[in-house]
Every structure is written in structure tokens, then in C-alpha cells.
Design a protein around this ligand. Structure first.
Ligand code: MG
Length: 202
């Protein structure tokens, strides 16, 4: 199983980090060891003092394929979830400034938090709100209608480069409002008004 992630898929988030609006999806990957075990707390790694939450809608690939056309892409996934793409922002900034890949800042153990999956057909995927609360205060409130690249466009794009396999996951990017977590924070995530995640930071 591989985890493909999209960066800068919401204009307001690209802006808040001082990035340009991309012409093509910005892609990076996390290893399968990045998935946080269900029910576990998230431990801030010792190499960072500025770990950020990024709430995202996650797609689960249900059919393998390569060179998938956008018009057919919807049939390649039937479940969605919310996830948190934890990012060591201090390390990422350092890597970016040197022109180096981001993997150390994005792919560390526990950096991919994923809720249970829901049937895609139960939601309007192209107009779906998702929300993150930190210590009961709303910090991110996104809507998939604001994606620069839709789930179908993402699948068409990435499948030109990577064969998609059943069970692969795609993190579709975060809206504005990313920020730091500290010990004892509680994060709660909602998808279309349904509570999906509860997470304690250690
Ligand atoms: Mg992200």
C-alpha cells in the first residue's frame, strides 16, 4: 500500500504558506509505516518543535489502474475518510530552502492519521465540508468544492506516473488554517458533520 499526498490543493492554504498556485498537482508520498495505529496517541517526534496538523479528505483506491482517464476516475475509488497529514514544518522549511525533498518532514512514523472509511456514495464528494477542532475550537473548515484539482483530476494525473493498486490511499490536500500542535492538545475531525476522529497529542 502506498500513500500519495497532494500539496497546495487549496488556494488559501497555498497562500498562507507563501506558495504559488500550482499548475499541476504537487505530489509527495508517505511510506505505509507513517500510518498511526488506530486508537493511538500522536507523539511529537524529537526532531521537530513545530509539527502542524493538516486535515484532508482521503480516498481509498478500490480498483487498480494506470493511465486512468479523468472521465473514468470516479470508478477507481468508492470509500473516503478524513486524515491528518502531520508535517514537521520547521524541518520542511529547512529542506525546501535547500531545494531538497520533503519526505523526512512528511513521512515519519505516525504522520498519517486516518479515520474509518465511509462509502463515497453517501456524500456529495464535490461539495463536502470537513472540519478540525483543536481543544474544542474550530481551526480548519474546508470544502472539497474549493479544491484546485478534483479527486478525478488527481487520479488521472498521478496514474500517469504510478500504477494505482487496491488499497492505495490519496490525501487530497489541506485547506487554510494549518497550525502547530503541542502536548495535551485534543484534535477532533468531522466529515460532512459526522465525527470521524479524536486524537490526543503527546
Ligand atoms: Mg497536506
Amino acid at each position: 500500500m502506498k500513500i500519495i499526498c497532494i500539496g497546495r490543493n487549496y488556494a488559501e492554504h497555498a497562500k498562507e504558506l507563501g506558495n504559488e498556485i500550482p499548475e499541476n498537482p504537487v505530489i509527495f508520498m508517505k511510506p505505509d509505516t507513517a500510518v498511526l495505529k488506530k486508537g493511538s496517541d500522536f507523539y511529537i517526534p524529537e526532531f521537530s518543535s513545530d509539527v502542524h496538523y493538516e486535515l484532508e479528505v482521503v480516498l481509498k483506491i478500490s480498483k487498480g489502474g494506470k493511465y486512468i482517464q479523468e472521465a473514468h476516475a470516479a470508478s477507481y475509488f468508492d470509500e473516503i475518510a478524513v486524515g491528518i497529514d502531520f508535517t514537521a514544518r520547521d524541518l520542511q522549511s529547512e529542506l525546501k530552502s535547500k531545494g531538497l525533498p520533503w519526505e523526512l518532514a512528511k513521512g515519519f512514523d505516525g504522520s498519517a492519521v486516518i479515520s474509518d472509511f465511509c462509502k463515497k456514495k453517501d456524500f456529495d464528494l464535490h461539495n463536502l465540508s470537513f472540519t478540525l477542532l483543536k481543544n474544542k475550537t474550530e481551526v480548519q473548515n474546508g470544502n472539497t468544492s474549493l479544491m484546485l484539482f478534483s479527486p478525478e483530476k488527481i487520479i488521472a494525473f498521478v496514474s500517469q506516473y504510478f500504477t494505482l493498486k487496491v488499497g492505495d490511499l490519496i490525501f487530497t490536500g489541506t485547506p487554510k488554517g494549518v497550525g502547530r500542535v503541542v502536548e495535551n492538545d485534543i484534535l477532533e475531525a468531522f466529515l460532512g458533520g459526522n465525527k470521524m476522529l479524536d486524537l490526543r497529542i503527546q
